[in-house]
Design a protein around this ligand. Structure first.
Ligand code: DI6
Ligand code: FE
Length: 388
């Protein structure tokens, strides 16, 4: 198998031996140890091999879509018009509550397939459009089912603190105590939760409210992550860092104190250019500060029906470079090594002996091509858990 030179964290080795689900050996073909000589050979004819891609922040499972609302807005409708027509996040909550588990799986599959076709082998999927116990559980079950239906690893995040549902309007504390936290406990008991996420924002939950959910996550031994500083700086990222958060995501309005807090805690910054683009945001996340402070940066689609109806991770990498000035090397690290970090997964995201044999093989001459093109898919093949 071909790999690239030393940059991009790629090995430069021409041969990788896969042992079942793991990488057993890598090096030069002329030095292949005797024990591996009987392995079957797949000649990739000099193609580029990278770790399989990881989309570490998605809301892939949900009912309905918001194309009508998109159209209304572009035809001049106001926010109130859209709300009166039942639009916004509440409309996705209603559609998700009305959907069966099969409906949720069926509607998510084409979105998932679009990601997989571009070399993705691990996807994080959040709940958060149910906002009642029954529907949050149904979303998480649907997310788990996707991993049985396709060769992909799914990491779930419980996002009960995504929005206040209409029946709790103006009663954030009651929602958190009486619905969100009990739902989290049940979901965790059923093995449906890998991490706990929350939307910390003026239109969602305050740092103090989120901390109450995170206290329960800590009690349940679940790692936390946070949507923070997307529209304003409430100090959500620093609060999450104090809980040892795996990641803080969005971060357009993150200030220097927040950056320093992330660096101290080893929290990964997940940047989401799809939401920035869709919302026509102009405030760019503090990339230079994150870089200077050594905060690992991941890049993800934020695939969701409202603020980021985006299911191309390659296009997302291009956006991260063009809109936020990540280097192509940083963009690729953002969907491999650092995306694995954002999920707390130490067994993937790089090509190294002992790690999962999740690889993407590309018809490109150099890695920057993966980031530079828009709307072009050079994937040759995907190897997931050692399987072609
Ligand atoms: N950040 C967002 O931009 C969205 N959720 C989030 O946590 C919006 C989700 C939606 O509009 O459906
Ligand atoms: Fe999100």
């Amino acid at each position: 198998m071909a790999a690239d030179g030393p940059a991009y964290g790629l090995s430069g080795h021409d041969t990788v031996v896969l042992d079942d689900v793991a990488i057993a050996w890598m090096g030069s073909l002329s030095e292949l140890p005797d024990g591996h000589r009987t392995a079957s050979v797949l000649d990739l004819e000099g193609r580029l091999v990278t770790p399989a891609l990881i989309d570490c922040h998605t809301h892939l499972v949900h009912g309905g879509n918001r194309a009508k609302e998109f159209e209304m807005r572009l035809n001049g409708a106001s926010y109130e018009d859209i709300a009166r027509a039942g639009g916004g996040i509440v409309s996705t909550v209603a559609a998700t509550r009305a959907a069966t588990e099969d409906d949720l799986v069926d509607s998510a599959l084409p979105r998932l397939d679009t990601l997989l076709a571009e070399g993705v082998a691990t996807v994080e999927i959040k709940s958060g459009y149910g906002l009642d116990t029954e529907t949050e559980l149904r979303m998480l079950r649907a997310a788990r089912r996707l991993a049985e239906l396709r060769p992909v690893a799914v990491q779930t995040s419980f996002l009960g603190a995504h929005a206040v549902p209409p029946e709790f309007s103006g009663r954030n504390d009651a929602y958190i105590d009486d619905e969100c936290i009990p739902a989290l406990r049940v979901a965790q008991a059923e093995g449906l939760v890998d991490a706990v996420d929350a939307f910390c924002e003026g239109i969602a939950f305050s740092p103090v409210e989120v901390a109450r959910v995170f206290d329960v996550a800590r009690e349940l031994n679940l790692p936390v992550k946070i949507h923070a500083e997307q529209l304003s700086d409430l100090g959500g990222a620093a609060m999450a860092a104090a809980y040892g958060a795996l990641s803080a995501d969005h971060l357009e309005y993150l200030g220097e104190a927040g950056v320093v807090a992330l660096a101290k805690a080893g929290t990964t910054a997940v940047i989401l250019p799809g939401a920035f683009y869709t919302l026509r945001e102009t405030q760019v996340p503090p990339i230079d500060l994150l870089r200077e402070n050594g905060v690992p940066m991941a890049v993800a689609t934020d695939a969701n029906p409202g603020s980021s109806p985006l299911t191309s991770l390659l296009l997302t990498m291009n956006m991260a470079s063009t809109l936020f000035r990540l280097t192509p090397e940083e963009a690729l690290a953002g969907t491999t090594r650092n995306a694995a970090r954002a999920l707390g997964l130490s067994d993937r995201g790089v090509i190294a002996p002992g790690l999962r044999a999740d690889l993407a093989v590309w018809d490109v001459e150099e890695p920057a091509e993966l980031v530079y093109r828009m709307g072009y898919n050079p994937l040759f093949t995907r190897i997931v858990g050692g399987e072609l």
